[in-house]
Design a protein around this ligand. Sequence first.
Ligand SMILES: [Zn+2]
Length: 472
Amino acid sequence: MPQGDEVKMYVCGVTPYDDAHLGHAMSYIIFDVIQRYLQFRGYKVKYVQNVTDIDDKIIDRANKLGISPRELAEKFTASYFADMDALNIGRADIYPRATEEIPKIIEIVQGLVNKGYAYPSQGSVYFRVRNVPDYGKLSHRSLESMMAGMCAVGGEEKEHPMDFVLWKASKPGEPAWESPWGPGRPGWHIECSAMSLKYLGNTLDIHGGGQDLVFPHHENEIAQSESFTGVKPFVKYWLHNGMVQLGEEKMSKSLGNLITIKEALERYSADAIRIFALGSHYRSPLTYSEEILEAAERGAERLRQTANNPVSGQKTGKRIDIEQYRQRFIEAMDDDFNTAQAIAVLFDLAREINRYDSEGIEAEEARNMLKELGGVMGLTLELPEEPPIDIELLRQKITSINKELMEAHLKEIPVDRLDTDAEAVLEELMTTRNALRKDEKWQLADYIRSRLDEAGIPYEDTPKGPVRKRRR
Ligand SMILES: [Zn+2]
C-alpha cells in the first residue's frame, strides 16, 4: 500500500452497561498503537468504532437500576471515554451509536430481505445462513459442525437453527423503533455491518476486535455485508487480539473476576498498563498478575527517568546510532505488529542513553528518538507530578539535623525561611551536605539524607552529585 493512502479501520466498540475492564483496555490499546504506527509510517487512518447503545444487557441493567436504557448507556459511554483518555488512547474518527443509525440499519435489512438473504418472522427478521455457501470461512467451521451438540431451542420462528436475528421485535415496554416489520430494534451483528458500510465503504482494510468475536459476530458481519453489497472481501485484514486472563481463566463478567480500568489505574500508571498490554504479541492471551504489572511499572519508571534525565553531557563526536534503533523498531512493528519486540527496542535504546549519561556524553538526539518511538506505543513518558512538600514535616526533620550540625560545630540551616522558599533551604542543606561528603563525614551526610527521605524528599548520590528522586 503506498504511503499517504488512507487505511480504513473498524474496531468493534463497547456495549456501555458497566465500567470497562482490562480486557477492553488491552484491545483498545492495541488498536490505538496500530493507528499510531500507521500514521508514523505516513498513512492516513480513518478509524471507526461503534457504540452498541441498545442491547439486552443495557435494558436488563437499566430496569434493575430503575433508570432508562438511554440514561444508563450515556453514563457508561462517558465512563468509557474517561477511561480511554486516562490510558492515553487516542480517539477514533467516528463513534457511531446504534440508536442514531436506525435508518441505515433498516435499509440494509430490507436489502437483504429483497435479495432473499433474510426473511421476516413474527415481527423479527432473520438472516438465512443456508443461502451463503461460504458461511463459516472466517472461523473455519461448517454449518454441520456449528450445529453439532446444539439443540434447536425456539426453532419455530427460524427456518434453520443457525439463522441469526437482524431485527428484533420489541417486547412491551422495551425501547422500539418503527420498521417495515413492526416496532423493534436492531440486532448486534447488523449494527457493525451498517456502520462500517456507511462510514468506510464496501471494503475495510482492517477490522479488529477480540478473539471472542470471531464467531459468531464477525462471521455474521461478513455474511451480512458481502450478501448486501455483493463485494468480496468485506475485510482485507482481520486482527483479533487475545483475551486477558487471570491465572488460568479468562477475565470475564460472568466469572466475576474482572479488574476494571479504573481499579487498575488506581494502582498503576497508564504507561505501565500499556507496557503490560503490549508486552506480548497481540494474538496471544495476556495473563494478569500483580508481579507482572509491578515489573511493567518499574520498566515504565526506567524509560521515564531516561527520557527526562536533565543531564547535559559534553559533545564529544561520539553519538548513538539512532537510525539503527528506528529501523529495528520498524522491523518489529512491520512483522505483524510485534509490539513486544518494539518495546524491547525502547529498553535497549534507554540502556545506551543511560550509559552515555553516566559517562557525561551528550545524548539528546537519542533521548528525542526514545520519546518519539515511545509516543508511537502511546507512552507519555511524563514524570508524574511531584507531590507538594510537607513544610511542617520538613521543619521537624531540619530541626533534628540542626542539632547534629550544632554538635559538630557547623552552621545551622535557617528553618524560618521554609515558609517562603523551601527550595532555597533545601539547596543550602545540600551545599552543607556536599561539604560534609568532601570532608568524608559520611555519617552526618547519611543522617541528613535519611531525614530528607522521611520528609518525602529522597535524594540519590550519583557520580555527578546528589539528584532529587521523583516519587509517584
Ligand atoms: Zn462488531
